[in-house]
Design a protein around this ligand. Structure first.
Ligand code: ARG
Length: 460
């Protein structure tokens, strides 16, 4: 089959080379952006007097027809066309003749693909942000419902201090909020059109790069043509933002997996978001959370893959860069598959308040508060710490808790203890007193919820 670039060659390429060289199987997903870019380019060429108005009419009508056919699944993608850019250009020329052959004036596939990919990434960022904001809202709702649900917070996976389920959910909401801003930062930096960079050193035609950039919704044109066709930073930034996002989901997924085990029983997942076992009739497995945790690995792989492809590439375009797309598409697909299901899984899970409260009552998570009680009565913190350490040691040996020790047992270790110690170690009080900014006191968490709701509200 004749190639668009066939003039230079006497012989056909080897069939296996065609297969290796082609990207159409995966870059066909850029067809909308490719057509949009071509329409903007053709209109600019006509406005600058580089092609005629008749040509641009034929080109834009032809491209719209091709777009409609691809939309409707009527377009035959052929390996021989190599990539989406040549597939569309060849088909256009087949349909409209010579005008189609003028479209590629003052353009190269190098600036074309750079443009298509940026436009695509920019759109996908908006979709992912929307999905992430939805999860943020689910967490805010859940937090609202659990402002007073006391639970233990952990360090080293050992019960550490009292908090609430609301405070816990808001920790994740804040991570996701940063994910959103990371995606926004990436979008802001990529928002420049490389079109007009040509193959690598621009063009001698009197093109108007600012006009195409504006028409395509960019905030401007890239500053340097060599950089314009060589830059894939934005794809790497996107992948790293998505990798971090998945890392957050994966941590949350891990906790949910733990929490719905019989050892914790803090939450129960809805049947719609759980799966069974083929052999063990009693099983209800958190496969959704496990898959989100597992798929984090592939998104990391996509990031490391592209970093490695780009490492040590000389300027400007090198065919290695065709390897930029599959990893980015895979990461986007993965995140878009995970986020909505994860949100619904969290939204529909049952939170077992009683079990959370029971777990909070074991493990001496009010020991810090007990020490603080002594501090308020004049004991230096380090001494108070030692007294309470001894109390806990005594409790562990005698099978008691700080709540069930009687006052004489307290007093045997420090005369500073009085009857009001029981109030000081009451878990609800311990939480309510942690009203420092960022803490779990219900009013403070209400403030945190309002903050993330405002953040989501500004963006929807
Ligand atoms: N399919 C190619 C890619 O994805 C398009 C750019 C081809 N440019 C070239 N000089 N061969 O990178």
């Amino acid at each position: 089959m004749a190639k668009l670039w066939g003039g230079r060659f006497d012989d056909d390429t080897d069939a296996l080379v065609d297969e290796l060289n082609a990207s159409i199987m995966f870059d066909k997903r850029l067809y909308r952006e490719d057509i949009e870019g071509s329409v903007a380019h053709a209109e600019m060429l006509a406005a600058q007097g580089i092609i005629s108005d008749d040509d641009v009419d034929l080109i834009t009508a032809g491209l719209r027809g091709i777009r409609a056919d691809i939309d409707a699944g009527r377009f035959d993608f052929k390996l021989a066309d190599e990539d989406i850019h040549m597939a569309i250009e060849s088909e256009l020329t087949r349909r409209i003749g010579d005008a189609g052959k003028r479209l590629h004036t003052a353009r190269s596939r190098n600036d074309q693909v750079a443009l298509d990919f940026r436009l695509h990434v920019k759109r996908e960022i908006a979709t992912v942000i929307g999905m992430e904001l939805n999860l943020v809202t689910v967490l805010a709702d859940l937090a609202d419902a659990h402002l007073g649900t006391v639970m233990p917070a952990y360090t080293h996976l050992q019960r550490a201090q009292p908090t609430t389920f609301a405070h816990y959910m808001m920790a994740y909401a804040n991570m996701l909020r940063r994910d959103v801003t990371r995606l926004e930062d990436c979008r802001e930096r990529l928002d420049f059109s490389p079109l007009g960079s040509g193959a690598l050193t621009g063009t001698t035609y009197p093109i108007d790069r600012a006009a195409t950039a504006q028409k395509l919704g960019f905030s401007g044109a890239t500053e340097n043509s060599l950089d314009g066709v060589s830059d894939r930073d934005y794809a790497i930034e996107l992948l790293s933002a998505l990798a971090i996002l998945m890392m957050h989901l994966s941590r949350f997924a891990e906790e949910i997996i733990l929490w719905c085990s019989w050892e914790f029983r803090f939450v129960e997942l809805a049947d719609a978001y759980s799966t069974g076992s083929s052999i063990m009739p009693q099983k209800k497995n958190p496969d959704v959370a496990e898959l989100v945790r597992g798929k984090t690995g592939r998104v990391y792989g996509d990031l490391v893959g592209l970093l490695t492809v780009m490492k040590a590439l000389p300027l400007a375009y090198n065919k290695d860069m065709q390897e930029d797309k599959e990893g980015v598409f895979d990461a986007i697909d993965t995140v878009k598959k995970c986020l909505p299901v994860f949100s619904d899984m969290v939204r529909t899970m049952t939170v077992r308040r009683d079990n959370l409260r029971r777990a909070a009552a074991e493990g001496f998570i009010n020991a810090t508060d007990c020490a603080d009680y002594l501090v308020k009565r004049g004991l230096p913190f380090r001494d108070a710490y030692t007294v309470v350490g001894k109390l806990v040691n005594y409790c562990v040996k005698s099978g008691k808790t700080l709540e069930t020790l009687d006052i004489s047992e307290y007093k045997s270790l420090s005369e500073l203890f009085g009857d009001d110690v029981y109030d000081a170690i009451n878990l609800e009080n311990c939480v309510a007193l942690r009203n420092v900014t960022g803490g779990p006191a219900p009013d403070e968490v209400r403030r945190q919820i309002a903050g993330v709701r405002a953040f989501a509200g500004e963006r929807t």
